[in-house]
Every structure is written in C-alpha cells, then in structure tokens.
Design a protein. Structure first.
Length: 281
C-alpha cells in the first residue's frame, strides 16, 4: 500500500503480543511501523486491541511477547519519564488529565517533571498558550472553563512537553462542529510542523477529513494498513469489522464502475468527481 516509508520510524511494534492476567490475549503478533510525520486514524470496534496497543506505545503496558521501539530504542530500557518526553497521550475526558489550579500551572507541570530548566518551562508554556489560542485563560482555573476549552488545555499540556508523537483518544467527542473543527485545525498544524499524530476515534468522517493513513485492528490483529483512501475504500473488509465508512464513500461505490477501487473521502471530493463530471457531459 502507498505509505511513505522513506521517513524515519518513530514507533515500531515487532511481534507484539499481550495477554492480560485473566488469560485474555488482546494483541496477537502485531508488526507495525509508524513514521515521523504520519497522521494516522486508528480504527477498530471496542475490544479490537486499540487501547492495549496504545498503552504499549506510551509505556503503560509492557509486551508479553515481542517489543516496542521508540525512535529505534527498545522501550524496555526506558523509564516512563523518558517515554513521555517522546510520546504524549491526550485522554478522552480532559477532566481525567487536568488538576492544577490554573491553566499556566497545568501547562508547566509536565515540563517540570520532564526536567526542563525554568527558562525552557517558561518558553514552552508561552508557546503552548499561543499555539492553542488560550493565552487569555492563563490564570484561570481550568475547572471553570467550558468543555471545549478544557479539551484545548489538555492537549496544550501535552504539547508543552514537546513530544514528537501525539496520541489522542476521541478528541472531538462532546464538542460542537465549530469547536471540533478548530481543534482539528490545530492538530493538523502540529502534523504539518512534523509531529506524528495518532487519532483514535469511532467517527469515520473525522478520519476521512483529516488523517493520511488508516490502521484497522480486529480481535487483536492488524487487518488493514494503508492510506486513508485505500483503507476506507475497502468497504467489504470494514464491514467484517462492523465499521461503516461515511455514506459519501458508499454512494461513490454505487455510482462508480465495478473496476474502481478507490473513492472520494469527503463531500467536496464527491462533488468534484461526480457532480462536475455530470455537468460536463
């Protein structure tokens, strides 16, 4: 599949298996390489192994078998602190992450624990406040902010540690369309600046409109890995995982000749391909 493998690997799972204490095998031999600058949509039903795999990437779980490499270094040799400097994780619920009395203190907490100097901490906090457009809330208690702003603070708090990989669990849940779009624009800018993004979401439209690569898990196995268009166009395989692509893809398939294997991902692409083509006839 059309994945750019010329970039440096940042995360590698090699023969990754994980069995919990109750005997349940959540991961069954995952081989996966994630590259610098990837923007990935991680897809799968509940119980597919997504959360277990992510917990290996941020060091919260250790493999039963196989290994994880972070920028070429075996994760088994790294402390959680060293891992968190390179791989940042944003919780689905910001209230599970935020606890400091002010936004600026929240943004400074991670850099302090990562061992940054006072000057570096100050610069990192100011950069995070500006990047996420929350400077005016620097002295506000996060608890009094609206949900969308708390979501921004939780992402900015991870950003302030300056990791090269951002893992986000359902970042748009609970946000209205405008707030979700604003947040995803910021995430897109992070990716444009070289950060690797892993987006976990059940919203296939978010996947189609934002990510560049799709990874699909089912019952602890990796079953699809390719560009977002390649993955989302594989409707039959997605159906086997009980995942339904956006209606625009299903409609595109119905309107396309049988030999077509890739379809528009968004409404704008659909209009360009079908509506404009029809007008030109």
């Amino acid at each position: 599949m059309s994945i750019d493998t010329t970039k440096d690997p940042v995360l590698q799972a090699i023969g990754l298996e994980h069995t919990y204490d109750n005997g349940f095998q959540a991961l069954k031999g995952i081989d996966l390489t994630i590259y610098r600058g990837d923007y990935i949509g991680l897809i799968g039903q509940n119980g597919s192994g997504k959360t277990t795999m992510i917990k290996h990437f941020n060091g919260l779980l250790r493999p039963t078998k196989g290994k994880i490499l972070i920028n070429g270094v075996d994760e088994a040799t790294m402390t959680i602190g060293k891992i968190s400097k390179q791989v940042g994780f944003v919780f689905q619920n910001p209230d599970h992450q935020i606890f400091c009395p002010s936004v600026s203190e929240e943004l400074a907490f991670g850099p302090k624990n990562c061992g940054m100097s006072p000057g570096e901490i100050k610069d990192s906090v100011e950069d995070a406040l500006e990047s996420f457009k929350i400077t005016e809330y620097a002295n506000h208690p996060p608890a009094i902010l609206g949900f969308g702003l708390r979501r921004k603070v939780s992402l900015a708090a991870v950003f302030s540690c300056r990791p090269t990989v951002f893992i986000m669990d359902e970042p748009t849940v609970g946000l209205d369309h405008r707030s979700a779009r604003e947040l995803l624009d910021i995430v897109g800018e992070l990716n444009s600046n070289g950060c690797t993004i892993i987006l976990i979401t059940h919203d296939m439209r978010v996947i189609c409109e934002n990510t560049k690569r799709g990874i699909v898990l089912r019952s602890g196995k990796l079953i699809l890995d390719g560009t977002t268009r390649e993955v989302m166009s594989n409707i039959e395989m997605l159906e086997q995982t009980q995942i339904r692509p956006p209606q625009v893809i299903e409609l595109s398939k119905e309107l396309s000749p049988p030999d077509v294997r890739e379809f528009p991902l968004t409404t704008d692409e659909f209009i360009k391909k079908f509506i404009k083509a029809k007008k030109a006839m």
